[in-house]
Design a protein around this ligand. Sequence first.
Ligand code: AMP
Ligand code: GLY
Length: 426
Amino acid sequence: MGLVVFNEVMGNSVLVVGGGGREHAISLGLKESMNVSELHIAPGNAGTALIGNNHQINISNVDEVVELVKELDVDLVIVGPEGPLVNGLSEKLNHIDVLCFGPFSSGANLEGSKEFAKDVMMMLNIPTAASIRIESIEQAEELIDGFGPIWVIKRDVLAGGKGVTVTEDKEDALAAISEGISLDGFVLIEEFLEGEEASMLVVMDESSYVCLPASQDHKRVGEGDTGPNTGGMGAYAPAPIVTESVKNKVIQRIIEPMHNWLSTQEDLYRGCLYVGLMINEYGDPYVVEFNVRFGDPETQVTIPLISSDLYDLFAFTAEGKLSELNVEFHQKHALTVVLASEGYPSKPKTNRIITGLNSENKDVIIHHAGTKLNSEGEITSSGGRVLAITGISNSLSEAARLSYSSLENIGLEGSHFRKDIGHRSL
Ligand code: AMP
Ligand code: GLY
């Protein structure tokens, strides 16, 4: 296929790194911008192939990404997943004077190491669950009763949301501890936080920060929040649990101290800080986790609510002049439902043909995640989370209706989805 070019005269060449639903959502937003001439995605998926130029490289090898950037003469790189950031992509791009949306590796370590994130939160007095490092099963047996039931066991590795065990069963907790210790040498046991979760995506550089509409993910695979944790089975925004009062507390107690601290570090933090929150019955927010990137599937319900030019948002941030930009939002609701492969999250079955992907409705976006084109030109599944079907409307219930009715037309053998996305607010 030839190079897809939109606005040759005044636009910029952009590379989106990643290949999931989040990167498709970012790419769709960039495609709307007058400031983008060429859109590249590495590796991308079948959805991004329709609107830009996919490049099949190994993005965990950041040198391969840098080579591609040089070859394509890219002006701005937007990094979707955490891996390349933890591996130092942002500083390597900075070194060759290419703008990058995404922090340097020292900042990315807020996601790369939960222990580091806890240390930073302790230092800044940010509300979060108490946690302790456990290096032996004897130590675990001694301390475990002080933490549960319910027990929260975390491996300190990048595990795509799957390195966490939350259980009321002491035997299960000890089994998770023992497995984690054998894999990594240690685990963290964390105090269980009661409440309702929400995600705040905050775009920031040293000059300013902008809170995007708060969203709510559904991490468990099954309806009623049951079964194992996944990368996320659906989301909606804005999340009503984040009232003005809650938002003000989040800003005052979490975002301001983080922004102040990050902006005084020598290493640049120009990108998104994803604040995973637990909000208790009094409306007090606690940090469950920090991520150093946009969420997936939260991005699919957040980007469509931004009315300002998306290229400007990324480029101003990457240049460290976000304070010069006024970012505006649509007063709408978005809800997305993830269609997952048979066997997800434990053993997803892939390479199956997907049908019914054409939606005529402009208020429905079929976000591709784990999809690819096979040699016959058919779209097939290539990952655990295959699609995110997003409805956008003036009300949350209509956004849900749009998403679920579009899902009915999609065929993928053995696939499953949650029928209760948005249940807390609908
Ligand atoms: P994490 O990867 O740290 O975001 O954890 C994944 C999921 O586990 C979170 O979205 C929560 O649903 C749950 N979780 C993690 N930590 C806690 C905690 N301390 N208390 C209650 N639930 C938690
Ligand atoms: N949806 C959760 C995440 O992106 O980490």
